[in-house]
Design a protein around this ligand. Structure first.
Ligand code: AMP
Length: 215
């Protein structure tokens, strides 16, 4: 069974690689960031709350985030595996996930840790564009769409995420180093972490990940 966590700092390529991995293995891609952005788009109370943290580059409170993931993981489509992207981000979340994933009999089998040097992260985040409709990621230089400003996949408009600017990125990186990076040690103790090189060509990286997830 493939119960996977994709970890790495903002800009490591979690979303991009998550989409490629989940379309290969046909398992659901669970991105807490995407769930919060959807709630913001729909102007729900959860969206309003999440936005007040996200716009400052801060983490949304644990109890809210854990509740959301708990509900999502209990859905039927997760019964043959799942990939978490952007969760857990704190020790409290990781501990809750350990408990929850065991309760539903789908314990974490692999943590893929994407490594990318900080100067590349900054360039990736500041040049990132995303499709307003389907969320597909692009970059102004490294991953251009066929037609400028238009999504190759669905024709939607490409926009810059509100939190993809140098100022907010600083807080996001600080949050990552302080709260999320220590989780690597937590999962290392469970013997499930493998580092991958996030600067590699995406097809080569997918091959590396498939080798890691083979059994
Ligand atoms: P992402 O799309 O994963 O880069 O997440 C964007 C933003 O959503 C983060 O900077 C946080 O504000 C919020 N967020 C996403 N996942 C979590 C999480 N697991 N815990 C707390 N906040 C989160």
């Amino acid at each position: 069974m493939k119960n996977i966590i994709l970890m790495g700092p903002p800009g490591a390529g979690k979303g991009t690689n998550a989409k490629r991995i989940t379309s290969f293995y046909k398992i659901p891609h669970i991105s807490t960031g995407d769930m919060f952005r959807e709630a913001i788009k729909n102007k729900t109370p959860l969206g309003e709350l999440a936005n007040s943290y996200m716009s400052k580059g801060l983490l949304v409170p644990d109890e809210v985030t854990i509740g959301l993931v708990k509900e999502r993981l209990s859905k039927d489509d997760c019964k043959d595996g799942y990939l978490l992207d952007g969760f857990p981000r704190t020790l409290v979340q990781a501990e809750a996930l350990t408990k929850l994933s065991e309760e539903i009999n789908r314990p974490i089998t692999s943590v893929i840790n994407i490594i990318v040097p900080e100067d590349i992260l900054i360039d990736r985040i500041c040049g990132r564009r995303v499709c307003k409709v389907c969320g597909a990621p692009y970059h102004v230089r490294n991953l251009k769409p066929k037609v400028e400003g238009v999504c190759d996949l669905c024709g939607g408009e490409l926009v810059q995420r509100k939190d993809d600017n140098e100022e907010t990125l600083k807080s996001r990186l600080e949050e990552y180093h302080k709260q999320t990076e220590p989780l690597i040690a937590y999962y290392n103790k469970l013997g499930v972490v493998t580092d991958v090189d996030g600067t590699k060509d995406l097809d080569l990286l997918l091959e590396d990940i498939k080798t890691i997830l083979k059994d």
